[in-house]
Design a protein around this ligand. Structure first.
Ligand code: 5GP
Length: 125
């Protein structure tokens, strides 16, 4: 019998990862997929999404340690694939007040425009 609570199974990214919502994976492996952001903030804006649904980074548990490392290494591989290893930014929004809108952990890879020191806090209200 199905539980009436199905945490995280119905987020947009869970549906993208499962293929329920068709999406082009620019990278995929056994633990994660990467897609282009629908509303890019820079010429390159990729989302790296673990197949495992962790709502937000602060929900990750000690048993997710290898997965978190895997995601970082996947970022490097994707950057290589996209030819942006010289300069890119990785962002994780944790929580609504930090700008998180989809509660399935994901890493933003942003590149193709110049970031300088002091720009990190831009976008705060
Ligand atoms: P967050 O704000 O949660 O850190 O990031 C969610 C990201 O998902 C946003 O940058 C938003 O543009 C992107 N996004 C929202 N809906 C879709 C979608 O249907 N497809 C894709 N590819 N990206 C989406």
């Amino acid at each position: 019998m199905k539980s009436w609570v199905e945490p995280m199974s119905d987020t947009l990214f869970a549906k993208i990862v499962s293929g329920e919502i068709p999406s082009e994976f620019i990278y995929e492996d056994e633990h994660c997929v990467a897609i282009n952001d629908i509303n890019p903030q820079a010429p390159t804006h990729v989302l790296v999404i673990p197949r495992k649904a962790i709502p937000k980074l602060s929900d990750a548990k000690p048993e997710d340690q290898a997965l978190l490392g895997h995601l970082m290494l996947a970022v490097g591989k994707i950057a290589e694939q996209l030819g942006i290893t010289d300069a890119f930014r990785v962002v994780v929004n944790n929580g609504a007040d930090a700008g998180q809108t989809v509660f399935h952990l994901h890493l933003h890879i942003i590149a193709g425009r110049r970031f300088s020191e002091g720009q990190l806090a831009r976008g705060f209200d």
